[in-house]
Design a binder for this molecule. Structure first.
Ligand code: ACO
Length: 359
């Protein structure tokens, strides 16, 4: 098809255009509901552990039974130790991108589990080496979440902390046709390898309009600093045309249901902290200001606002927030890749509108 326009072209974001048929997750933006693997996110997170959710997603996608993640984390550690020195000195976000690209996971029935197991191992090994600490080998007996925190801190963590991270990983495990999942689908549809598709997906995730937002959420809270400064800071930022990180969503026209799941996880972990109290005041002020400025467009709290607070309470360094997001979302990416092939998905190749000069 040859589409040409001479007038100014519309800003295209493919809103409302279905790019896949999926049984993995469903986002109802009007009702503020998210279904993952057949269950509502508020019912799933905290009730079913991340590894079981990942295995359920792969099974729904059409995969044979996947191997356990624990031994695969251990296997990934060998590769991470080999690659780690090359990643030294990179930011954690860049190190994970290079680390995923360097995974030696051939396509096959175990690939989704192997990559899901490898993402935290690669990230945390590279971080330890960059900080001059000995990398902590995975413990295959622990849950995925407990082992991630143990590898990060070097000591075992409490059940409550592991449960909080587990709830987070499950909450972000899949989310319809978000930008990174779309990127994954585009690459896998060319019949490129699963490692290539996950590398592309992670690249898309790393941007501040997608999975790169939670670090800036904390930066914003720090910059505001005090309760008295909330209104003035937010007004000045909006006047400057800045986007308030952790607010707005392409699909949700109401509150992102994941925000409440993560807020509840945070309240279980660290109830009534001054930081949470302050953040909730910022949230209320931001909601009111965004509503006043964008009357026709609901801009409510998204997942990243409480992600930032939860990961911070778990002692995850800010620079690691996006890699930790990937540790959960990789389950969804790999499931979408499996589903694409299982449903005999076609090459994804949209059109463009040409508004350049004609010869
Ligand atoms: N703060 C201020 N204004 C905003 C915000 C925000 N957070 N979000 C949207 N707007 C404004 C836009 O400037 C635009 O205004 P205009 O019509 O006057 O130009 C209007 O609302 C509509 O915005 P769009 O760009 O059309 O919204 P889109 O659906 O493309 O973007 C997005 C969604 C990227 C999430 C956006 O809301 C945003 O940038 N939020 C901040 C970043 C963020 O929190 N990202 C994480 C998203 S969740 C996730 O990906 C896991």
């Amino acid at each position: 098809m040859n589409i040409q326009v001479s007038a100014p072209a519309p800003a295209i974001g493919l809103d409302g255009v279905p790019a896949a048929v999926t049984a993995l997750s469903h986002v109802d933006g009007a009702r503020g509901e998210l279904i993952i693997a057949g269950r509502r996110v508020d019912d799933l997170a905290g009730a079913v552990d991340f590894e079981r959710v990942a295995r359920r997603l792969w099974a729904i996608a059409g995969a044979a039974e996947a191997p356990a993640l624990g031994p695969l984390r251990l296997k990934a550690f060998e590769r991470a130790v080999e690659i780690g020195p090359v990643l030294k000195g990179m930011t954690p976000v860049d190190a994970l991108r290079a680390g995923i690209a360097a995974l030696d996971v051939p396509d096959g029935p175990d690939a989704a589990a192997a990559i899901t197991a490898a993402v935290p191992v690669m990230s945390l090994t590279a971080l330890a080496m960059s900080e001059g600490r000995p990398a902590v080998a995975p413990d295959p007996e622990l849950s995925h979440a407990a082992d991630i925190l143990r590898m990060l801190r070097g000591v075992p963590v409490s059940e409550g902390e592991a449960a909080a991270l587990d709830a987070y990983l499950t909450t972000v495990s899949d989310h319809g046709m978000n930008a990174s999942t779309f990127a994954c689908r585009v690459v896998i549809a060319t019949r490129a390898s699963l490692v290539s598709a996950v590398t592309a997906a992670y690249g898309a995730l790393s941007g501040p309009l997608h999975g790169g937002a939670p670090g800036p959420v904390l930066d914003m809270l720090d910059a505001i600093g005090t309760e008295a400064a909330i209104d003035g800071w937010l007004d000045a930022a909006l006047e400057d045309g800045a986007r308030l990180m952790g607010f707005g969503h392409r699909i949700y026209r109401t509150r992102d249901p994941r925000a409440d799941v993560l807020k509840a996880a945070l309240q279980r972990l660290a109830p009534d902290t001054p930081r949470l109290d302050f953040a909730m005041k910022v949230e209320r002020a931001a909601q009111a200001k965004l509503a006043a400025r964008h009357k026709g467009r609901a801009l409510d709290t998204n997942v990243e606002f409480y992600t930032a607070l939860l990961l911070d309470a778990l002692g995850v360094p800010r620079a690691l927030f996006t890699p930790v997001f990937a540790m959960g979302r990789v389950a969804g990416w790999t499931a979408h890749a499996i589903e694409h092939h299982a449903r005999k998905g076609r090459l994804i190749r949209p059109d463009s509108i040409y508004d350049g000069a004609m010869p």
